[in-house]
Design a protein around this ligand. Structure first.
Ligand code: TXA
Ligand code: MG
Length: 377
């Protein structure tokens, strides 16, 4: 199958009427594919999604096949209007409505008991459904024009970092899906916060742009259930089945180092130094440094002093610029892959506002390889 990419500039841009009608044509074509049970990748404010008609079991199954995703890992159902909540959920408690009214459209997913409209093929066999209204006009127009809620996981192959640009989707899914709507780079870059309101004790199952304090400001008290507790070794079924799988990972081995900034830089340099000089077979290992603007000169010096060691340095921005770190993280993982990096030494990025969401992704990418220098003090 050929995969077409259509670039869409602003949908309602009256200044460019030809661009506007092109955008409308693209949305109609995409909506038509969705209604026929096919897959379309589209941008949201968090990451790109891989969409299908959420009410069509065969269409949902195509998502699992295209991603190589285990079939017990449920999809998020995207809507374009709060009223659609009542179509996809069996019950809408007051707390859910409060959250929806305050945070939608936006990067919050709410889990509720599912209605009969949503088949179990979409929810990985569960009686609950994850619902969100994305804050992106291409996504909202597509859902509206399709006339159905759209099931969409992140548009990456299972286990790969979530795509933050159309090119990432193409890299992972070319030949597997007919159409990618290209709305440019996403704004947030990490997946939505998932709040489970299907039980008596509301809980956050996946940290994201909004945290428990934001939800409390809407009058909804929430437990934080650390994602790390939801593991493959748990006997109980994990609450967010997706959390048990290795995720967000670059191909290289990633080691994250946590501690005071200077200690972290020294440790990263020591590890790289050992790697560069340990044994001749390892000497050519391509080293990656994932760092901040404050520290990158130290790694540039390392690279200058080791001309024989291939080295890729990526700074995500200032250590206090949460938005820049969050939006660049997944793209950095992909850039390290492209450069052919074998091992990545990363800072821990826990100083910024979005640290819970950022370190959650980093820990998964590291697969447990965290060196905590604070522990040893
Ligand atoms: O920002 C986002 O949420 C993006 C964009 C495309 O909307 N989507 C996304 O989907 O990240 P995905 O499939 O990559 O992650 C969905 C997560 C998985 O961990 C899944 O297990 C969990 O949501 N989930 C979905 N339905 C659930 C349910 N009924 N109960 C518990 N967890 C659920
Ligand atoms: Mg995903």
């Amino acid at each position: 199958m050929d995969t077409e990419i259509i670039k869409i500039n602003k949908i309602g841009d009256a200044a460019d009427s030809s661009g506007e009608s092109l955008a409308k044509d693209a949305i109609s074509m995409a909506a038509d594919l969705i209604r026929r049970g096919e897959l379309v990748a589209f941008p949201t404010e968090t990451v790109y999604g891989l969409g299908a008609d959420a009410t069509n079991p065969e269409a949902s199954q195509k998502i699992y096949a295209a991603k190589g995703r285990p079939s017990d890992n449920p999809l998020i159902v995207h809507i374009c209007d709060i009223k659609q909540l009542y179509d996809v959920a069996r019950e809408v408690p007051d707390a859910a409505l409060k959250l929806a009214e305050k945070f939608w459209p936006g990067p919050l997913t709410i889990i509720l008991p599912k209605s009969d409209l949503i088949p179990k093929e979409t929810t990985g066999g569960l009686d609950t459904v994850a619902i969100r209204m994305p804050d992106n006009e291409i996504a909202l127009s597509l859902i509206k024009e399709s006339g159905c809620p759209i099931a969409a996981p992140s548009a990456n192959r299972s286990g790969r970092p979530s795509p933050t640009e159309a090119a990432h989707v193409y890299e992972d899914l070319k030949g597997r899906i007919p159409l990618i709507l290209d709305g440019g780079a996403v704004i947030i870059g990490l997946e939505s916060t998932i709040a489970d309101l299907s039980t008596d004790t509301p809980a956050i199952l996946r940290p994201g742009f909004f945290d428990e304090n934001d939800l409390a400001a809407a009058g909804v008290r929430i437990d934080i259930r650390p994602a790390s507790k939801i593991s493959e070794n748990d006997d109980t079924a994990p609450k967010a089945p997706g959390m048990k799988y290795r995720h967000y990972a670059p191909k290289a081995r990633l080691i994250a180092i946590r501690g005071k900034a200077d200690d972290v830089i020294s440790m990263m340099l020591d590890l790289a130094e050992n790697n560069a000089s340990a044994n001749p077979a390892d000497a050519q290992a391509h080293i990656g440094f994932l760092c901040t603007d404050e520290s990158k000169s130290a790694f540039r010096n390392f690279s200058a002093n080791h001309p024989d060691t291939p080295c890729t340095i990526i700074s995500l921005g200032s250590s206090t610029d949460a938005k820049s770190i969050a939006s660049g993280l997944f793209a950095a993982f992909r850039s390290f892959d492209e450069a052919g990096t074998d091992v990545i030494y990363s800072e821990y990025f826990d100083e910024s506002e979005l640290s819970a969401a950022i370190t959650n992704r980093l820990k998964k990418a590291a697969g447990g390889r965290i060196i905590d220098l604070n522990d040893s003090m």
